[in-house]
Write a protein that binds this ligand. Structure first.
Ligand code: C2E
Ligand code: CA
Ligand code: CA
Length: 707
């Protein structure tokens, strides 16, 4: 045995030191050290004990300690203390009990006792006690709150669970129910992420990573899949906790599936067309915007197609609107059936449908898509056993991956769709930059023309019509020109189509007719007795169908007050205008004739009228289109046609005017065919009225005349 350890043993202290140590301990100890008799009387105690038991009070001092112990605890205390038995030095405790203090309040005391009854110098029980009230209360409060909390969790209608190491270790009944489990073991079998919808797993990992490190997290919305395969929309919040002594994550799960469904239903209503169930304009535009976004980030193609039902208004107006609705639904179904589920087919409004296709391979497939749309209505749509033949005009636009906006893309498709309408409907057109700029230019030109018409920028030019036999100018055609302040004189080919599209043609035509009549009055005196001069004015289809035309013409004529023995006004109309509704045409033409206006059929040969129809129309002359005249001397077929037209016209008592005659050869051949009149650069180009004076008075020289 070494010296060191011996020195630290308590027995090694000498008596003096031991006494001093004991004194210090007993005076300063916060524990209560007492000597108690077998019947529970305090024989001696430390100052802490004197304070606790208030031993100043003599009566109190004499009370046996057992009398102060709480009834519910005394038995236990006694049992414990008696178990100490006879053996000297045996120790019991610690035992905790309630003890009454001087002021009547209860304190918790924790005591140990040592049997020193047989120790000759002590002859008592040594007890060491301490006031543990604070600790005990805290403990009880904790127990209380824990059990309260546990009850709360157990009974909560909200689902709660705890997981650790990616496995669920606890779930409250609501949580079990939500996840389709009857006990937590069923859940803890799988890693927790398996309960999350595959598409949301990445999001889940990200969201829960902080809380797994013991940090706070924001709630996250995830789709869960329960054990019984139900899809659950859940709002989930994780809180780091210590569970069973180990860091874990508590989950609060709120089932928002119903809420989501209600919201989705509402969204569906506001984003879908109630009639066809297709997405509406708002949803479509949103999808296009999103798709554009994607293509800008990750590339790929984007195609927007706009399909307009041809002449739907007529169908809708002439039949009941219910039939119209059925047709729209039918069209919607056809269109939906031609595309992949990932493509968006939407109703854009009225009779317009739009399609968005993403990631389509290349431009060659645009035509295929257009073809698919147009041919989707090959078969009639049947409503109430009645077949309706419906056709579509389709415009296609493709995103070039640039900075195109959704609006632009749809506008481009619309431009192309209008082009499809212009080109005869039931077809598709693909938008190209050129079409687009044309439209922009067209709109500018239209407003400039509108301005020009009302500001006197139109001019009337006249081209003489010459008697093929005599060279006498028997009349002229009035041809409009636009004296544009910056661009100079603009030929009608550049603005008549726009005037027709925009409806400005009605105004333009009225001005032209009035101007021609005014000019006729001026020329009137040049015309000798017995000669009739004819001024022809072109009518466009829009004017021909304009209900107000007849009245306007009548007013202008009466204002002009022409000498009808010398001056005749002629309208030039085309075959297609007459053939659109022949019966109607006959009555309009008759009305004109009654006003003293005769009719010439313009551009003859380019349309589809047959001579059998011509007989019905009160027409005075035919103007053979320039395209046939060009062929004279060059194309035998053309020559034969012109010759035949002249003969047939004469058989029907119609006069024939050849247009666009430029060469002597043409003129001679036309004379041989007995063509009545010649109009063309050979004699004169269209010119301002002044230049006509001399022509009216002096006949042209006609080669070969007098042969
Ligand atoms: P159009 O009625 O067939 O008029 C004849 C066109 O042929 C005129 O062109 C005339 O200048 C041109 N022309 C005449 N002789 C010759 C020739 O020998 N060679 C060639 N190369 N061309 C010849 P313009 O004046 O440019 O008129 C073009 C078209 O514009 C007219 O064709 C007519 O359809 C339309 N138009 C002109 N003025 C009016 C108008 O006041 N109202 C309406 N609605 N249309 C008009
Ligand atoms: Ca003409
Ligand atoms: Ca013509």
């Amino acid at each position: 045995m070494s010296e060191g350890p011996d020195n630290v043993m308590p027995e090694n202290l000498d008596v003096e030191k031991r006494a001093a140590l004991w004194d210090a301990l007993s005076i300063h100890s916060t524990d209560i050290i007492s000597l108690v008799s077998t019947n529970g009387k305090i024989l001696w105690t430390t100052p802490s004990g004197a304070r606790f038991f208030d031993l100043e009070d003599a009566n109190w001092k004499m009370k046996p300690i057992y009398d102060l112990i709480h009834d519910d605890d005394i038995k236990r205390v006694k049992r414990e203390f008696y178990s100490m038995g006879e053996t000297m030095g045996s120790i019991v405790g610690p035992v905790t009990f309630r003890i009454k203090t001087r002021d009547g309040s209860w304190r918790y005391m924790e005591s140990m006792a040592c049997n020193l009854l047989d120790s000759p110098s002590v002859e008592a029980i040594l007890s060491i006690s301490r006031d543990v009230t604070d600790r005990q209360v805290a403990l009880m409060e904790l127990e209380e709150s824990e059990s309260r909390y546990r009850r709360l969790v157990e009974r909560s209608p909200e689902s709660m669970a705890v997981y650790r190491d990616q496995h669920i270790i606890y779930a409250n009944p609501a949580g079990l129910r939500l996840l389709g489990a009857s006990n937590v073991e069923q859940l803890s079998r799988y890693p927790i992420v398996q309960l999350v919808h595959p598409e949301d797993r990445e999001l889940a990992r990200e969201a829960f990573s902080p809380v797994e490190q013991g940090q706070e997290m924001n709630s996250v919305e995830l789709r869960l899949v329960s054990l019984d395969a139900q899809l659950i929309h859940a709002e989930i919040m994780g809180i780091p906790i210590i569970y069973d002594g180990e860091p874990s994550v508590q989950l609060l799960v709120r089932d928002v599936t119903d809420h989501k469904r209600a919201k989705a239903a509402l969204e569906y209503q506001t984003l879908h067309d109630p009639l066809t169930g297709l997405p509406n304009r708002a949803l479509f535009m949103d999808r296009v915007a999103q798709a554009l976004n994607r293509t800008q980030r990750i590339g790929g193609h984007l195609i927007v197609m706009l399909a307009d039902i041809d002449r739907f208004k007529i169908v809708n107006d002439s039949l009941s609107h219910t039939v119209g609705d059925h047709i729209l639904v039918g069209v919607a179904q056809r269109l939906r059936a031609c595309f992949r589920p990932s493509d968006t087919v939407a109703r854009f409004g009225g009779d317009e449908f739009v399609v968005l296709c993403e990631d389509t391979e290349d431009l060659t497939s645009l035509g295929t898509l257009g073809e698919r749309l147009v041919s989707s209505l090959e078969e009639p749509i049947v409503v109430n056993n009645e077949p309706f033949h419906i056709s579509l005009s389709v415009g296609i636009a493709e995103s070039t991956g640039g900075t195109l906006r959704a609006d632009d893309l749809v506008r481009d498709a619309d431009t192309a769709m209008n082009r499809a309408k212009e080109r005869g409907r039931k077809r598709y057109e693909i938008f190209d930059e050129k079409t687009g700029t044309e439209v922009a230019g067209k709109l500018q030109l239209e407003s400039a023309l509108r301005h020009g018409i009302s500001h006197g920028e139109l001019r009337a030019y006249y081209q003489p019509v010459v008697d093929a036999r005599t060279g006498v100018v028997t009349g002229c055609e009035a041809l409009v020109r636009w004296q544009h302040p910056e661009q100079g004189l603009i030929p009608p080919a550049s603005f008549i189509p726009i005037a027709e599209d925009s409806g400005l043609i009605v105004q333009l035509g009225t001005w032209m007719f009035a101007e021609a009549c005014r000019q006729a009055k001026e020329w009137e005196e040049l015309i000798p007795e017995g000669r009739v001069f004819k001024i022809s004015v072109n009518l466009s289809a829009r004017q021909f169908l304009d209900m107000g035309l007849l009245a306007t013409v009548k007013d202008i004529l009466s204002a002009a007050n022409l000498d009808t023995n010398r001056m005749h006004m002629v309208f030039e109309v085309t075959e297609s205008m007459l053939m659109a509704d022949p019966d109607e045409a006959v009555s309009i033409l008759n009305a004109f004739r009654n006003l003293g206006i005769s009719i010439a059929i313009d551009d003859f040969g380019t349309g589809y009228s047959s001579f059998s129809h011509l007989k019905r129309f009160p027409v005075e002359s035919l103007k053979i289109d320039r395209s046939f005249i060009i062929g004279i001397g060059a194309d035998n077929d053309d020559e034969a046609i012109v010759s035949a037209v002249v003969q047939l016209a004469h058989a029907l008592n119609l006069q024939v005017i050849a247009e666009g005659v430029e060469t002597t050869d043409q003129l001679l051949k036309l004379r041989q065919m007995s063509c009545d009149f010649i109009q063309g650069y050979y004699f004169a180009k269209p010119a301002p009225a002044d230049e006509l004076y001399s022509m009216i008075e002096r006949p042209f020289e006609v080669p070969g005349l007098g042969d």
